[in-house]
Design a protein around this ligand. Structure first.
Ligand SMILES: Cc1ncc(COP(=O)(O)O)c(C=O)c1O
Length: 345
């Protein structure tokens, strides 16, 4: 039995059509700037996001870390949400690679307010005691926030606070196309307030590898140097970029299907005895569900799901995360619902 794999949207495998596009890609040495397919993807990404330039990098983590290094100087401080990927899941890279400290602010479902950001900015002066706050990083959609989407007016207000204080604003937009689809807004509008944006090709867009870092020309030129320093300069990377171009053509609008499925599952689980879902957080392709009421802990519940042909990720003692993506079909959704019904209290 093929398992329905809901652990993450990173588990998608390239389709035969995507593989064809990769196999026939024109390539060159991208460290020399000679790869036509990488150049095309970078131009396309910049255009799509309404920014001047873009840089292809191997991972979302590298895109964020290169962005932080490019925007800051050692000794600076960055403002991040307490459950953000940059703070929790990038190996402390901001400290090791950029020499900056992080001011963590707990958001509401991973979403910060302008007031919180304003309060987290260190005052200037202070007899040189304080670190220099130089960058604010937001995450949209917010993974640990349940896939919650930033309201546009909140982003605009935070951008105003950052601008007034002379700070840069970076978006960890690993899933920014999910945010764009959920908001029903063009992605360029979603990211307009940001100085830089990272986004992943290897999540809901269905590519095997790759992320882009997007921003002003001067920012991307400087980021190019740090990409090389961090070991992210690739050679005939057009094979990977071709998958990205294919995904931008074919895999954005369909995310609405993943969102509808996540919503349907969340509501169904919440209506069953033994499960609790924060329905307000289910705004994109994820469902976090507490299974405490079934009498099983997270690991035991995951094992029981595997017996029923489903894979999910235990994210807490009794909490599971399910992520909907393009390798899940309707039969998989039905099987998931049947398994949860069977295991209900
Ligand atoms: C919100 C967020 N940012 C960044 C990343 C990093 O992406 P990668 O795994 O490509 O390094 C992830 C990956 O899960 C993520 O969820």
């Amino acid at each position: 039995m093929n398992l329905v794999d809901l652990r993450s949207d990173t588990i998608t495998r390239p389709t035969p059509q995507m593989r064809d596009a990769m196999a026939s890609a024109a390539v060159g040495d991208d460290v020399f700037g000679d790869d036509p397919t990488v150049n095309e993807l970078q131009a396309r990404a910049a255009d799509l996001l309404g920014k001047e330039a873009a840089l292809f990098v191997p991972s979302g983590t590298m895109a964020n870390q290169v962005a932080i290094r490019t925007h800051t100087e050692p000794g600076d401080e960055i403002i991040v949400e307490s459950g953000s990927h940059i703070f929790l899941y990038e190996g402390g890279g901001f400290a090791a690679l950029s020499g900056v400290s992080a001011h963590c602010v707990p958001g509401e479902r991973g979403v910060l307010s302008a007031q919180q950001v304003a309060a987290a900015i260190r005052p200037p002066g202070g007899l040189s005691h304080f670190p220099n706050t130089s960058l604010v990083c937001l995450e949209n959609t917010a993974n640990r926030g349940g896939g919650a989407v930033y309201p546009q007016e909140t982003v605009a207000a935070i951008a105003g606070v950052a601008r007034d204080a002379g700070l840069r604003l970076h978006l960890d937009g690993a899933r920014v196309f999910n945010a764009s689809v959920a908001l029903g807004l063009p992605v360029a509008e979603v990211v307009a307030p940001f100085d830089s944006v990272s986004f992943c090709l290897s999540k809901g867009l269905g590519c095997p590898v790759g992320s882009l870092l997007v921003g002003r020309r001067a920012f991307v030129d400087r980021a190019h140097r740090f990409r090389k320093m961090f070991g992210g300069g690739m050679r005939q990377a057009g094979i990977l970029a071709a998958a990205g171009l294919f995904a931008l053509d074919h895999n954005i609008e369909r995310m609405a299907v993943d969102h509808a499925r996540a919503r349907r599952m969340a509501e169904a689980f919440d209506a069953l005895p033994g499960y609790a879902v924060d329905l307000g957080a289910v705004q994109s392709n994820m469902v976090y569900v507490d299974v405490a009421g079934t009498g099983l802990d997270g690991d035991a519940f995951v094992a029981a799901l595997v017996e029923r042909g489903i894979q999910a990720h235990a994210t807490g003692a009794t909490e599971l995360r399910l992520v909907f993506h393009l390798d899940v079909d309707e039969a998989g959704v039905e099987r998931t619902l049947a398994a949860f019904s069977e295991l209900a209290a």
